[in-house]
Structures are given as structure tokens and as C-alpha cells.
Design a protein around this ligand. Structure first.
Ligand code: ARG
Length: 461
């Protein structure tokens, strides 16, 4: 049996089942890079502060480099009985450099160590999420540029409402994903706070420099309160919330693509690479990627709920319950990263069907608001104009035609204010083109939105 690093006061060994139950090595080994970076920063600080010899700090750092190399080469022997990544790396360090390795843990506890490792990991992953989100926004801008002139029915209540450009529809998502990116940046400010120096919970008597460690690991700030530093996981909660919002946005987009791929809409043809067939129905082309992404959204919400629940009853400070914080995050990270990346690739390859969108425009009286606005512009109070346009819709509907197919006489029956110029107003493209207010669906506005998004992308990349 390997003697526990904390085993000084223990006479008996842990039951095998308990050893298995309590270990976290099987999953927190994923934090080895962060663990070694944090340990090196800590050792260098101990050396600089004279808490250990400068030569000893150098020996420890060189040993840690070797541990890292062994892990990356796959020759490192992970031991479950050493519980976690921290004790696995430290044990191997001591094997390599001898007893001086035991000095690494001076003025440190696994409580501040694991908090630092996890913060470093979450920060690194949020960077990756951000990069993928930026790529997704880029793809959406490109597809929007191609489709500034493509019109489709914009919906409310999933009912045809008003004509919009496909560009405007795509840019709505680009705007959401930009916000998601910015939400991550804001979250990162609170993730990038070094807890090292909080030690077990109360800080330490050694003359340490938490700021030096923070700087060495690339964090701009250090903890404000030692008890908070070792027991706070809201940085991970915020990250999971950010991930949940990303997935919610992706899931809405997936839902639309699933509808649009249905032949009754027919607005998109899914690329073969992003759809699957049926084992029994030869005609099928199923939007499985979108469905899975919609489904996987639940995993990320689940991770957020898991961690909220883990934390809700914990008295200060560290409690072992908190070891359960990592797996939900790892799982959510895998889901968010792959989902954003696949959505970007799929959208780049997606085939839009403008003819189907145009056909859909002529069903659903999407220009009824135009008629009401036309009458209102001629002085009719909007409520009356709305009523007159509604009556015109009823007539057109009874004939199975669109408003634009009614004759001037037909329309004048609802209001004598109607004149020949109404037909230009009822055109879908004209309805879109009139909406050039900032943020509107008009082509000038759309070009402006793309310009702004591209300038933003250039700025953040
Ligand atoms: N594996 C533990 C975790 O992930 C490390 C911290 C353990 N600290 C302790 N005092 N038992 O939370």
C-alpha cells in the first residue's frame, strides 16, 4: 500500500471501496498542465521570497518540467491510491528530485491549489469557447452577405408575420453569439483571480507573494478573502451559465433548421455531411446533428444545475463535495466546444433555397402591415387602417389570393384612400427596403450590421 501523503496520524488503511469512491485522479488528471504551471509559479515565489532556497526552487521547477514531459509522453504512472492530480504530480516530483520535492507544498494547501488549477482550466476553456463563437459569427456574416436580397417570411408565434431578409435572420443569431462572446469576457474577469496564498482557509504565516504567483500564471488579480478563495465556485457556475446560454441559442437555431429542412418549409437543404438517413425509409434525410445539438443542450443545463445543487448547502470553507465540481464542467465544455464548432462548419456548408422562401412569402399576407401603414400615412387613424387591411385580407383569403392580387376597385372598397401607388407599397422587397432604420431588416441596415460585426471581429482577433 502506498503511504498516504496525509497519513501521519492514520494507523489503518482506507477500505478499497472508499479509496475508489473518494479518488478524483481518474478525472482531475485532465488538470495536469494547470497543476504543474501553478506549482512552478508557487515554487518560484517561495524561492524569490527566501522561504526555500533559490537553488531548491530551481530544482523543483526542473523536476516539475520532467513530470510534465512524462505525462505528455504517456510514461507517467497514475496512481488512484494517490487520490488526485495534485498528489500524483507531487509524489513523482519527489521521486525525481528527492526530499526537496517535499518543500513544494510549503505555504500551500490542496484547497487553494485545486481552486487555482480549476480557475486556470476554466479560463483556458472559455478562451476556446470564445474563439469558436467568433468563428461562428464570422460564418454568419458571410452567409448574411450572400443573402441580403433573399427574402423569407419572418414569424411571430411561428405564424407568417412580415417579410425579412435572410441576412437579417442570420444576423439575429450573429448578434446573440456576439453577446455570448462578450458574456464570456465578462465572466473571465472573475475567473482570472488567483486564490493561491489562501492556503487551507486562513492564509499563511509565511511571507508569500500571492501577486507574484498570479502574475506568473497570467491572472491579473489575487483573492480578497482567504475563506472565500478556497470555497468559491461561482466562477465555474458563471461559466456554466454562459455555456448554457450559448447552447440555448444554438438549440433555437437548430430548431429552426429542423423546421426549415422539412419539405413543408423547404428553405434549406442539409449538406450530406451533416445529416443521416433512415434504416427503413429510403427517402429520409434527417437533421440528426441539429437534433442532437438541441438535445445536448440539456447536458449543459444539467451541469449548471448539478453545481448549483452541490454548492447550496456548504458551510465555509472547502468541503469535499466540491470535488464534484469538475466532471460536470468537463462534460459541458466538451458539449459547448464541439457544438459551436460544428454549427459553424454546418452553416458554412448549408444550402439555402431562396425560391422556397419566396413561395412562402406569397402565402400568409405578409404585406398586410404595409397596407395598414399605407392607409395610416394617408391620414387614417392606425386602428381604422388596421381594420380595413384586415378586411382586405379576409377578401383575398376567400379568393385564395394575396393582397397584391386584389384589384384597385377591390381595395378601394375598404378605403377610398387607396390609389394606384398601393401596389408598389405591397411588394415584399419594397416592404423590406423601407426598413432601413438602424437594426432594421432593410439592406442598408443589414450592410451596416455586417460592417459593425466585422469591425468587432477584427478588434477581438
Ligand atoms: N481532489 C480534491 C478536489 O478536487 C482536491 C482538494 C482536496 N482537499 C482536501 N482538503 N481534501 O476538491
Amino acid at each position: 500500500m502506498t503511504k498516504k501523503m496525509w497519513g501521519g496520524r492514520f494507523a489503518g488503511a482506507a477500505a478499497a471501496s472508499v479509496e475508489q469512491y473518494t479518488q478524483s485522479m481518474s478525472f482531475d488528471r485532465a488538470l495536469y498542465r494547470e497543476d504543474i504551471a501553478g506549482s512552478k509559479a508557487h515554487a518560484a515565489m517561495l524561492g524569490a521570497a527566501g522561504i526555500i532556497g533559490a537553488d531548491e526552487a530551481e530544482v523543483i521547477c526542473a523536476g516539475l518540467d520532467q513530470v510534465l514531459a512524462e505525462i505528455e509522453a504517456g510514461t507517467f504512472v497514475w496512481k488512484r491510491e494517490l487520490e488526485d492530480v495534485h498528489m500524483n504530480t507531487e509524489r513523482r516530483l519527489t521521486e525525481i528530485v528527492g526530499p526537496v520535492g517535499g518543500k513544494l507544498h510549503t505555504a500551500r494547501s490542496r484547497n487553494d491549489q485545486v481552486a487555482l488549477d480549476f480557475r486556470l482550466h476554466v479560463a483556458a476553456r472559455l478562451e476556446v469557447w470564445g474563439a469558436e463563437l467568433a468563428r461562428l459569427v464570422e460564418v454568419l456574416c458571410t452567409r448574411a452577405e450572400e443573402h441580403a436580397q433573399t427574402l423569407l417570411p419572418g414569424c411571430t408565434h411561428l405564424q407568417p408575420a412580415q417579410p425579412v431578409s435572410l441576412a437579417q435572420h442570420l444576423l439575429a443569431y450573429a448578434t446573440m453569439f456576439r453577446r455570448d462572446f462578450e458574456r464570456l469576457q465578462d465572466c473571465l474577469k472573475r475567473v482570472r483571480v488567483s486564490p493561491l496564498g489562501a492556503a487551507a482557509l486562513a492564509g499563511t504565516t509565511y511571507p508569500i507573494s500571492p501577486a507574484q504567483v498570479a502574475q506568473a500564471v497570467g491572472f491579473p488579480a489575487t483573492f480578497a478573502n482567504s475563506m472565500d478563495a478556497v470555497s468559491d465556485r461561482d466562477f465555474a457556475l458563471e461559466a456554466l451559465f454562459c455555456g448554457s446560454v450559448v447552447m440555448m441559442h444554438l438549440s433555437r437555431l437548430c430548431e429552426e433548421l429542423i423546421l426549415w429542412a422539412n419539405p413543408n418549409f423547404g428553405y434549406v437543404r442539409l449538406p450530406d455531411a451533416y445529416s443521416t438517413g433512415s434504416s427503413i425509409m429510403p427517402q429520409k434525410k434527417n437533421p440528426d446533428v441539429c437534433e442532437l445539438m438541441r438535445g445536448k443542450t440539456g447536458r449543459v443545463y444539467g451541469a449548471l444545475t448539478t453545481l448549483l445543487t452541490i454548492m447550496k448547502g456548504l458551510p465555509l470553507t472547502y468541503n469535499r463535495d466540491m470535488q464534484e465540481d469538475k466532471e460536470p464542467f468537463f462534460d459541458a465544455d466538451k458539449t459547448v466546444t464541439s457544438s459551436v464548432a460544428i454549427m459553424a462548419d454546418m452553416l458554412a456548408a448549408l444550402e439555402f433555397v431562396p425560391e422556397a422562401m419566396r413561395r412562402a412569402l406569397s402565402r400568409g399576407f405578409l404585406n398586410a402591415t404595409e397596407l395598414a401603414d399605407y392607409l395610416a400615412a394617408k391620414g387614417l387613424p392606425f386602428r381604422e387602417a388596421h381594420h380595413a387591411a384586415g378586411a382586405a385580407v379576409t377578401l383575398a383569403e376567400s379568393r385564395g389570393r394575396g393582397l397584391e392580387d386584389l384589384s384597385l376597385e377591390d381595395l378601394r372598397a375598404f378605403s377610398p384612400l387607396v390609389e394606384q401607388d398601393v401596389f408598389a407599397v405591397l411588394e415584399f422587397a419594397a416592404a423590406v427596403a423601407r426598413r432601413n432604420l438602424p437594426g432594421g431588416t432593410g439592406p442598408v441596415s443589414v450592410a451596416g450590421q455586417i460592417k459593425t460585426l466585422r469591425a468587432w471581429l477584427a478588434d477581438i482577433c
